[in-house]
Design a protein around this ligand. Sequence first.
Ligand code: FAD
Length: 460
Amino acid sequence: MSVIEDLIRSLGEAVLTGDRIAERHRSDASLTGRNLPSAVVRPASTAEVATALSICNAHRQSVVPQGGMTGLAGGANPNTGDVVISMERLSGIEEIDAAAATMTVLAGTPLEVAQRAAEEAGFLLPIDLGARGSCQIGGNLATNAGGIRVIRNGVARDNVLGIEVVLADGTVVSSLNKMIKNNTGYDLRQFFIGSEGTLGIITRAVLRLRPLPAGRLTALCALDGYADVIALLKRAQRELSGLSAFEAMWESYFRFNCEAEGRQFFETSPVFAAIVEQDVHGLDGEREQFEAFLGQVLEDGLIGDALIAQSEKEAQAFWRVREGHAMDRLLPSLVNLDVSLPIGDIGRFAEECGRALSTLFPSAHVSFFGHVGDSNLHIAFSVPDADQETAHQVDAVVYPLVAAHHGSISAEHGIGTLKRDFLDRSRSQAEFEVMRRIKDALDPNGILNPGKVLGGSGSC
Ligand code: FAD
């Protein structure tokens, strides 16, 4: 019996083949996937995930886990002949424990659905990113997603207390811990968080919830240099009670997006613009403290100007410029690189990187922005008629420079296939070796997402 026949016999209607496979299963948001899988399995329970994996393992069949397909590293893209396990039916909030401040959630739940459920119960689910409407909790954990609020509550892995995973051979490992303290041996959840579907399929998680802020205060600041950006960040971390976001935009990024949005926030376009945001909890004097902070940094000459949003709509106008939606529309073949560097080096790195890219591609648009508060820099690169070869040339300029500054080639998007060949720029041979041993121990037949992260195709 073939693997597909075996899957259909055990899982029936949950298995789609041929014309019933939707186009969206070919590629994640990197739009680099071209291949149609041989089948898409849509399990509705952990037991069905386990059945699908044990069948695939017995047949040495390669498997690609898929969440919301918003990944930007090609990690969920199938090769021809792969079986996709799509988590979309394994969705729902199972419990919100108000005393423990936790949410137990199925992995296929869209992030935004989980965020709303937390808010309705009076909590904040701190994982947040632009793709919230489509990405899933399982995908967020598998990629260890970051986003704009990391400076306050950390990355995805900092907000997970427990996890349930199905291993390649169908073994269910349930570690649905709700406690913050639990030092009973190896921290198994952390092996799977950020493993991009190469070690197991995440089916459930216990997420940590935080108090829901009553609102946010948002300011847009104009600055003269990167040293001032760092100084403002340090002051905001020290003097503001609930700094929740600190985003920097380099001049060309800010100007491009302001023009595209039809906005002029400052008389002249500043060398740097920064969004400073803090959570408020409805206590007396919070707004006055925020205003006083900005007044003081203005007086100290750290910033040239500051605008404080007077409404949610005004705050959203600042964020629209930062999120750069217009760039996707207006710039051809936009490449968005995601790296991280020691915070103090980011300014110098951006100068060197901008120079190197502009020398190689004189007609390119190159601009920088990022969640500088957590060391993450994004590079927006666009050149007409860019193709795969152009992307390789850009990588070959950027990643060695990142390595020279002791940075990481992936801050938050993961490795997938797109950064796989550059992993050695950020990891040593010894680290590789340990990762390979973990992979071989948990997935000896190499069926789980072969070719992703570490490369190699196992025995599939
Ligand atoms: P997918 O794209 O479906 O899969 C991603 C990887 O996880 C693949 O390797 C897949 O095999 C694996 N996987 C998926 N589900 C599971 C599971 N249940 N078990 C095991 N493995 C699984 N990322 C950030 O970190 N920060 C941002 O600010 C951010 N902003 C974004 C904004 C936009 C507009 C877009 C399009 C993307 C953005 N991303 C960002 C990237 C992306 O949204 C994240 O990587 C997200 O966490 C992926 O989740 P997903 O459910 O879409 O996963």
